[in-house]
Design a protein around this ligand. Sequence first.
Ligand code: HEM
Length: 201
Amino acid sequence: MQKRILKPLVFLLCLLPVVVLVWQLLTDRLGANPIDEVADATGEWTLRFLLITLMATPIKRLFGWGWMVRVRRMLGIFAFFYATLHLVTYLWLDQFFDWGEIWLDILDRPFITIGMLAFVLLLPLVVTSNNMMMRRLGRNWKRLHRLAYVIPLLGVVHFWWLVKADVLEPLVYGGVLALLLLLRVRRKALTGRVAGENCAS
Ligand code: HEM
């Protein structure tokens, strides 16, 4: 029973931010500049979902909660979903699909360049997020999915370069990412040591 409701429940929870955003938009609750608000909210939710996806394994190891691992793929897909909404907001509501302007923006504004890079790097992860691709790519699948750490790092830099002075929020996201990376490196070092000891004995 619990297992059966887990995925639909998490699915609905993941949709909640976009439902709230649409409601705020329709009821005129997004202030004087609703487009900026939509861009900010979708950008932050992208970053949050990227980090939440990375938390699944450490949370299982630290607290024994395996349920997050079972929905990890869904969480990653939702990161892509919010990134796509974020990008579409920019392309459509901010730039009105003026491809010349968009191209200049990508070349001229480093925070846009790095956001675009993060989005492009998300694409191979989404395309290979299924069992068939996992089998096909073998060891390369793991190598490719290390990008899951690079993309939020680019997201943090993108945020940092956007806000310029008030860096508290990107700093918090960066801190969470640093902690997750540290846990992963520590785990790698420990498993490497155990494997070494087993070989020696
Ligand atoms: C994985 C990819 C991305 C992540 C994680 C991300 C994340 C963010 C975050 C956290 C913000 C700031 C939100 C705030 O101020 O509260 C933001 C703002 C913004 N992002 Fe992204 N972003 C990504 C990709 C992109 C792409 C591809 C573009 C466009 C080419 C883009 C354009 C913008 C713009 C224009 C803003 C400023 C919105 C405003 O305040 O007017 N982002 N993004």
